[in-house]
Ligand binder design. Structure first.
Ligand SMILES: Nc1nc2c(ncn2[C@@H]2O[C@H](COP(=O)(O)OP(=O)(O)OP(=O)(O)O)[C@@H](O)[C@H]2O)c(=O)[nH]1
Ligand SMILES: [Mg+2]
Length: 221
């Protein structure tokens, strides 16, 4: 497969809102399994997706500086629903269940429970998915397949390498290089990526500024 499409067209590189986004409010709105029951307003939203236990819910809490906004657990499979959080009353963060925990079929379309697939395919307000990848691991087929699936479905995404506090800077660099080499076997370019640590706060400013910048570009959803 030749994946030549840019992962996050129009949102790439620089041009960030110079003013750091301030988080004034972050509130849980609704949990469900039905994309038709997700909030109806037309605010832009950003979904966090990745393998179970990769740190999606923890990252949401870190970004919002709220310890218990999203539920986290050391055991995989904690988040089971589509969870909407409204931020600053004008955009949504969405915490999703992880993949790769239950035994799954090789076909990446069967990797997800149906409602997750429906969410990604039908949610018009979704402007960007953040695909979280454990920075300690070598490239995992399930993550690579998922990103291919996003691309096939024309869903823009960026990567976040999580848990960067768990390895030394050189090892982190090596792992990201290995990831890049692997992805460039089938992608024209390495997707835009971030490095995060929820325990240390790494990546917070970069991610929030990025979202602020994209929000400015998608005012008329
Ligand atoms: N050291 C470290 N631990 C982390 C980090 N992010 C998450 N964790 C830990 O990893 C575990 C899983 O975190 P969650 O945020 O619940 O992961 P999740 O991706 O939401 O998991 P599911 O909801 O089960 O799919 C918890 O024990 C977290 O404390 C990080 O950046 N650094
Ligand atoms: Mg979770």
């Amino acid at each position: 497969m030749n994946l030549i499409k840019s992962s996050s067209p129009g949102y790439k590189n620089g041009n960030f809102n110079p003013k750091k986004m301030q988080i004034k409010s972050a509130e849980f709105v609704v949990s469900n399994t039905d994309v038709d029951k997700c909030p109806k307003d037309r605010l832009p939203e950003y979904a966090f997706i990745g393998r179970s236990n990769v740190g999606k819910s923890s990252l949401i809490n870190m970004l919002m500086q709220r310890k218990h906004l999203a539920k986290t657990s050391g055991r995989p499979g904690k988040t089971q629903l589509i969870n909407h959080f409204i931020i600053n009353k004008n955009w949504y963060l969405v915490d999703l269940p992880g993949y790769g925990y239950a035994r799954v079929s090789k076909s990446n379309k069967k990797v997800f429970q149906k409602f997750i697939t429906q969410y990604f395919k039908n949610r018009q307000q979704l402007v960007l998915a953040f695909v979280l990848i454990d920075s300690r691991l070598e490239p995992q087929i399930i993550d690579l397949e998922f990103m291919e699936w996003l691309s096939e479905n024309q869903i823009p995404f960026s990567i976040i390498f999580t848990k960067s506090d768990k390895l030394k800077p050189n090892a982190l660099k090596r792992n990201i290089e290995a990831y890049s080499i692997k992805m460039l076997e089938s992608w024209e370019e390495m997707p835009h990526y971030f490095i995060s640590s929820s325990s240390k706060g790494t990546g917070r400013d970069g991610l929030l500024n990025y979202i602020a910048d994209v929000n400015l570009q998608v005012n008329d959803l």
